[in-house]
Design a protein around this ligand. Structure first.
Ligand code: BGC
Length: 413
């Protein structure tokens, strides 16, 4: 036996039993290139602290499939260490009494002071921190390929919905796909967030889709929203059905399409493809929504664990997520803004700096609202009923008027 083999044999003989190594099992839906790259920042961070990472990816943007998987695990009495979750899903789990209490680290590390109140509403239940927020995404963005725009003669950033449609029509006439879209309910709902804001403004958004005021939902404004969704539908290509969002981002990245209307996780795809904002692509607030931000925050909900070893690793995970240096490194890759307000924007590119600035301004001006599509406006039962109406309308199964009536009914779910 040579020296290194003897060394390996000795190390194996004296190694701690596998169960003694700290580990975390993390359930998430970050399976695209940009998402996986961002998650890797967290994985490496924990592995440096001696915590083994057991990955449990459940593909499907928006997280619907992941939420089904969580339910199965918790019902079987075997919850993962941490689960990526959005908005009302978090507080719904809080009500079940199966989540851990993170107050000790939250107090030690000053989470109360550094996390915006709009997020804390979802991170806490009955005054206890039950989740660690890792980012602040927003949905009202448009991603554009600069070369395609130049070739189509689109010279300026559209400032209104009608200008946007005119620009997209130019792109289509020049032989490109105007709007790269993935025909999945959550993606249509993501576009809907922007169109609602652009059409009715912030007060209408709140009244109709957060307060669920039946009169506001039944109003001509909602009919106009659906009319506009129909205008967008005419500008997507014929193969849109079922397409994943990151494949749609890829169409803009490669110059096949001009635009994508998508949350800023799309920027993660551009960055992962080594594209530079301002040079290769543009990030615009969805035209007509400037000054408003529809946000969604990914949080890691920690479940109660029986094994004390696992619970220690869980606390390490929570602390690592909230560490300012990590929040910067992670969000630079993910495309989002940090969930803490005390993280400098120095490491971020121009789109990231804009995201952080827009967020701070919207927070101050009272124009920061939870995303309808991503679980921060209404609980899952209503959100899913909205998805259904929006998608059937987008696919031409119901007209604008019927869609309005069905949305009113869906709000009663
Ligand atoms: C999440 C993002 C994710 C996106 C697409 C959203 O609901 O908040 O983190 O990148 O879905 O998977």
């Amino acid at each position: 036996m040579n020296k290194s083999l003897i060394g390996a044999a000795l190390a194996a003989a004296f190694a701690l039993p596998a169960a003694a190594q700290q580990s975390v099992e993390v359930l998430h839906w970050w399976t695209s290139g940009g998402e996986a790259a961002a998650l890797n920042v967290l994985k490496v961070n924990l592995e440096k602290q001696g915590v083994k990472w057991n990955d449990m990816p459940v593909a499907g943007g928006g997280g619907e499939a992941a939420m089904t998987a969580v339910r199965a695990r918790v019902t079987a009495g075997n919850p993962p260490t941490a689960v990526q979750m959005l908005g009302f899903d978090i507080t719904d789990w809080g009500k079940q009494g199966v989540v851990a209490d993170l107050n000790t680290i939250a107090t030690r590390d000053g989470w109360d002071k550094s996390v915006p109140v709009a997020l804390q509403k979802f991170s806490k239940f009955n005054g206890k921190w039950i989740a660690a927020p890792v980012n602040i995404h927003s949905t009202n963005w448009v991603w554009a390929n600069k070369e395609v725009l130049a070739r189509a003669g689109v010279t300026a950033e559209p400032k209104s919905f009608d200008d946007f449609i005119a620009a997209a029509e130019k792109v289509q006439k020049a032989g490109f796909v105007a709007i790269a879209h993935g025909g999945q309910p959550w993606q249509e709902a993501t576009v809907f967030d922007s169109v609602v804001l652009a059409t009715g403004g912030i007060d209408y958004y709140r009244k109709a889709f957060i307060e669920l005021d039946p009169k506001s939902i039944a109003s001509p404004t909602t009919e106009k929203v659906f009319h506009r969704m129909g205008q967008i539908r005419k500008l997507v290509d014929k193969d849109f059905s079922g397409r994943d969002w990151n494949v749609a981002s890829g169409m803009v990245i490669s110059g096949k399409a001009g635009f994508q209307i998508m949350g800023d996780w799309a920027k993660g795809e551009f960055v992962n493809a080594k594209k530079v904002p301002g040079k290769d692509f543009a990030c615009w607030r969805f035209p007509g929504t400037q000054g408003n931000v529809a946000f969604n925050t990914d949080q890691f909900v920690m479940f109660k664990l029986a094994d004390p070893g696992k619970a220690t690793a869980q606390q390490k995970l929570a602390a690592a997520i909230m560490e300012p240096g990590f929040q910067s490194a992670f969000n630079v890759v993910k495309g989002s803004a940090p969930a803490r307000t005390d993280v400098p924007d120095t490491a971020f590119d121009d789109c990231g700096k804009k995201a952080i600035k827009d967020l701070a301004e919207a927070n101050k001006a009272g124009t920061l609202v939870g995303s309808i599509a991503h679980g921060h406006a209404v609980p899952a039962s209503i959100k899913n009923a909205f998805y259904d109406v929006i998608t059937r309308h987008f696919n031409g199964q119901i007209d604008d008027k019927k869609a309005v009536a069905e949305l009113v009914a869906a709000a009663r779910n």
